[in-house]
Design a protein around this ligand. Structure first.
Ligand code: AKG
Ligand code: FE2
Length: 198
């Protein structure tokens, strides 16, 4: 069962089982209400102003809009390079994400903003190995992050419900051994992902 920790109950607060009774892999940490509804609205407005562009891979164009800061990974050329500086408006959230994951704020060297319009999702993948820890904050509609790991000829599967204003942290097995994906959304969702470098 996915264990979900409510940030408002403080560190070491009561653990409660996920309402969906879903199963998350080891290395997945999850906390709800890491930002207020007012902060969520402000962040969504900032992301909408941040000139995101459709994610492209060869001749395929994804329905989600993305923009990265700090470091960029070009999926066409496999090139990993310094990018635009992480904007100041995201700093308070970056500090909170770092605290949630038990990392130094400066360790979160990459920022990825994503807008999932209706019909947009993200296919099965593991994040590039140039990155280490992955911390994601969800805004807008609730989503389900699905996990799978090959076991012989079959897949072992798990999933975690991502509430708006929640954060997840992928490390260890959830980060390295499992793939994750998000099914196409019926309502818009935005995500803010911070990653440390390997
Ligand atoms: O939107 C999310 O929370 C997940 C994004 C993701 O998996 C990725 O960009 O690698
Ligand atoms: Fe990912």
């Amino acid at each position: 069962m996915t264990i979900k920790k409510d940030a408002s109950s403080g560190a070491g607060g009561a653990l409660q089982a996920d309402l969906f009774g879903s199963v998350g892999p080891p290395g997945l940490a999850y906390a709800e209400n890491i930002i207020s509804e007012a902060e969520e609205r402000t962040l969504i407005a900032r992301i909408c102003d941040a000139r995101l562009t459709p994610f492209r891979f060869q001749r395929w164009e994804g329905k989600r809009l993305t923009r990265s800061f700090g470091w960029t990974y070009d999926f066409e050329t496999n090139r990993f390079a310094p990018g635009d500086p992480i904007p100041g408006w995201i700093e308070p959230l970056r500090a909170r994400a770092a605290r949630f994951a038990g990392l130094e704020t400066d360790a979160l060297a990459q920022l990825l903003l994503i807008e999932y319009g209706v019909g947009a999702g993200i296919g099965w993948h593991r994040d590039r190995p140039v990155f280490d820890h992955v911390i994601g904050i969800s805004l807008g509609a609730r989503a389900v992050m699905r996990f799978r790991r090959r076991k012989g000829t079959r897949f072992e599967r798990a999933e975690a419900a991502l509430a708006p204003r929640s954060a997840y942290h992928l490390s260890g097995e959830a980060r390295n051994a499992w793939e994750h994906s998000i099914a196409a959304m019926n309502e818009p969702r935005w995500s803010v992902t911070f990653r440390s470098l390997s």
